[in-house]
Design a protein around this ligand. Structure first.
Ligand code: PAF
Length: 280
């Protein structure tokens, strides 16, 4: 496995691979790798000749300074895991390498970046879009793999690719869960044992909502889901939404023709967790 920290060196090798018609699968990450990331890598390996993984804790997508400071950084361990899992190339640049100058780019994704995560984490999606565009420009992948846990991010990346006519196929991959249903996340390591035991309530609430769908009104389900989660004093809900998957607009009844998705974001103690599930 080859590890690059220089944009120039990586780009020149990637261009060489492409000139030899070698297909490149790309898995962008912020490190602290878990089985969810490794499942993206496996999918990339199944579908491409070469798999490239980036590890970069992108400061401009954190709207909360403390969250950035506390974000786990485990580069050596991550590289070990990637090598074991058969990754071919790792790109782990420094902040100065990625951002030698102040970032001025401002994207507008219309409604997509104004709701849910966009509303609660101002600037987050702009910072995410800036780094993903830059990573696509550097790594020039044929296919890029994103987890559905960050469902809104996946929708915005698809829009980014469309807006900029980037020749990459974006592939959304199913959420990987712990045995008790908690969606795998680098942030889970920050939960205390007590908080970790409560975290499974997010998955249970999503399952309950999906089960109750079409038997109760959308409003009733939202209200009862809020009550269920709020009964745990450690939980502070940011949002619970039932939306159309394409537009991310809230649905008011079950007659909506598209796919419907449930999304939850909350704080468990100091740790912010998100999860989602498709209803249909
Ligand atoms: O999902 C993530 O880990 C990040 O948002 C990403 C896509 C690597 C961009 O920094």
């Amino acid at each position: 496995m080859k590890i690059y920290t220089s944009i120039k060196e990586l780009q020149s090798d990637v261009l060489d691979l492409r000139s030899r018609e070698i297909s490149i699968g790309f898995v962008p990450t912020m490190g602290a790798l878990h089985k969810g990331h490794l499942s993206l890598l496996q999918r990339s390996k199944d579908e491409n000749d070469i798999s490239l993984c980036s590890i970069f804790v992108n400061p401009i997508q954190f709207n909360n300074k403390q969250d950035l400071e506390k974000y786990p950084r485990t580069l050596e361990e991550d590289c070990r895991k990637l090598e074991q899992a058969g990754c071919d190339i790792v790109f782990a640049p420094s902040v100065d390498e990625m951002y030698p100058e102040e970032v001025k780019m401002q994207y507008d994704f219309g409604h997509l970046d104004k709701v849910m995560e966009g509303k609660h984490r101002p600037g987050h999606f702009n910072g995410m879009a800036v780094v993903v565009k830059k990573l696509f420009d550097i790594c020039i992948p044929h296919r890029a793999y994103f987890g559905e846990k960050d469902f809104q991010q996946l929708m915005i990346v698809r829009e980014l690719v469309k807006m900029n006519k980037i020749p990459v196929t974006v592939i959304g991959c199913a959420i990987i869960r712990e045995d008790d249903g908690l969606a795998m996340s680098s942030r889970n390591t920050r939960l205390s044992p007590h908080e970790r035991s409560i975290a499974t309530e997010i998955y249970k609430t999503l399952l309950w909502m999906r089960h109750q769908a079409e038997q109760r009104t959308v409003e009733e389900i939202l209200q009862q889901a809020r009550q269920k989660l709020a009964s745990h004093p450690e939980i502070k809900i940011e949002y619970i939404e039932i939306v159309d998957e394409e537009t991310l607009l809230p649905v008011s009844d079950w007659n909506s023709s598209g796919n419907i998705r449930l999304l939850i974001a909350l704080f468990l103690g100091e740790v912010r967790l998100i999860d989602n599930m498709r209803i249909r």
